[in-house]
Design a protein around this ligand. Sequence first.
Ligand SMILES: Cc1cc2nc3c(=O)[nH]c(=O)nc-3n(C[C@H](O)[C@H](O)[C@H](O)COP(=O)(O)OP(=O)(O)OC[C@H]3O[C@@H](n4cnc5c(N)ncnc54)[C@H](O)[C@@H]3O)c2cc1C
Length: 424
Amino acid sequence: MTTEKIDTLVVGAGQAGVAMSEHLTRNGISHIVLEKDRIAERWRTGRWDSLVANGPAWHDRFPGLDYDDADPESFPSKDRVARYFEQYAAKFEAPIRCGVEVRKAERNVGHPGFTVETSQGTIECENIVAATGAFQIPVMPDLVTAREGLTQMHSIDYRNPGALPEGAVLVVGAGSSGVQIAEELVRAGRRVYLSVGPHDRPPRVYRGRDYCWWLGVLGLWDIPAPRPGTEHVTIAVSGAYGGHTVDFRDLARQGITLVGRTTDCDQGVLTFSGDLAANIAQGDANYLSVLDAADAWAERNGVDLPEEPEARVFGPDPDCVTHPLRSLNLAEAGITTIVWATGYRRDYSWLKVDAFDEDGAPRHQRGVSTEPGVYFLGLPWQSRRGSTFIWGVWHDARHVADQIAIQRSYRDYVGPARSMRQTA
Ligand SMILES: Cc1cc2nc3c(=O)[nH]c(=O)nc-3n(C[C@H](O)[C@H](O)[C@H](O)COP(=O)(O)OP(=O)(O)OC[C@H]3O[C@@H](n4cnc5c(N)ncnc54)[C@H](O)[C@@H]3O)c2cc1C
């Protein structure tokens, strides 16, 4: 089999790979994008049926294309988001090859570049951009031992209420996935327990503007990672049912029993930590901090947006918060399913280069790794808070493409051979 040669290889054609391809094209850098499945596969098959974008159509998009069939204030369905990226890639004829998996990439010895083994042969390239996503492998704690009559799944495998066995459901995790799945289940008539850890919960809309807009004007999408170890922030937002602020008191009023973090399970009895009220209070504080910052911004800039003092009024704490359950017998509660909405981890096992720290985390600066020629895209906090989000990755891709172009200009420089020796 012959070896194909290419300047830059992008691995993965999710939103990151599509954005990367656009910026490489703009820089005139020849490249291909290899995708093991289809463009934006995660949006097609890695999400539950009813999932919509967490941001409105005007925001959750790339600068160069609007959703041509959606109200800008609406929340596009997951399939519409996938189609958007397909349309976007078609717009500039992105050189994407679908159905090709990258199995291994290694630095060449004795000559520049990398040798890449794929499911369809070998490729040699000068640069590799790993755009394989930050949310690759589902994380599911090994807390509850398998038992008859109990189904356990990660949120990546949840599809809809009808696909779960009859009975009550425990949803673990109060980020956007956990709260949206719990709400869908209670609306479908299920008995639901929701295990709530620390989280942020920005207002969906305040003073007539979506939180995506507020985070934009306040510069909060652009903040760099706060401190090492505090990069992971669980954000509870929802675009479901037309979009609404996530308020755990409202979820309790709908019938969901809130519990603290799930810490243990012994012989079918779950233990919850006593942090529920504190987690909700911390989420409230985060919510109020966004309102405060928004008010200060509006006043400072003299922007006339309708005031909304009622947004600061919370309903009473429900009984499940004031008298929280600390343990629960799964069988007695009739729980037949646990949905673990507990996040994901990365997987760069195919990339055999010196660009990772001892924990396997990419060593990089804004996506430019410590191994020359290796770049990352779509990492959490790659350059800013917005880096894993649709609009943010597009800006990170521009920086990475610029860096590749800069390196190429050094590589291609052919000036006169100069000597530092003085001639008499
Ligand atoms: C439930 C959920 C909801 C989200 N909702 C939003 C939202 O509303 N708005 C928003 O802005 N962000 C949202 N995000 C965050 C983020 O936008 C998505 O996770 C998005 O899919 C990340 O895009 P990506 O291109 O970085 O990675 P991915 O979408 O994961 O794409 C990576 C691609 O690489 C391919 N791939 C992986 N390994 C290989 C290999 N070895 N060879 C070839 N191909 C490979 C995969 O098949 C995949 O298509 C959400 C995330 C989750 C988990």
